[in-house]
Design a protein around this ligand. Structure first.
Ligand SMILES: [Zn+2]
Length: 83
């Protein structure tokens, strides 16, 4: 039954490879989540994020929706129209 054994070991090998790919994917997701958390933490510091154009605090809702936002909605609107 040598053929059967070979097939079985190939299946195991495939499972291992599949698991490794899955772990790598999970790890990269985890790394990404850590970065997102870091940004969220920065954003939650009171008074840490103000509009770079008018120095008005950027609303929490906007910071949550667009964590990388550098401007308040009004100034971003003006900036978007300029381009
Ligand atoms: Zn502004």
């Amino acid at each position: 039954m040598a053929t059967q054994n070979k097939t079985r070991s190939m299946v195991n090998e495939f499972d291992v490879m599949h698991d490794e790919a899955e772990i790598a994917q999970l790890n990269s997701l985890f790394e990404h989540q850590k970065e997102v958390d870091k940004i969220a933490e920065e954003m939650n510091k009171p008074g840490a994020v103000v509009c770079r154009d008018c120095d008005e605090p950027i609303s929490k809702a906007r910071r949550k929706a667009v964590p990388w936002a550098q401007r308040c909605i009004d100034c971003q609107d003006v900036e978007d129209r300029r381009h």
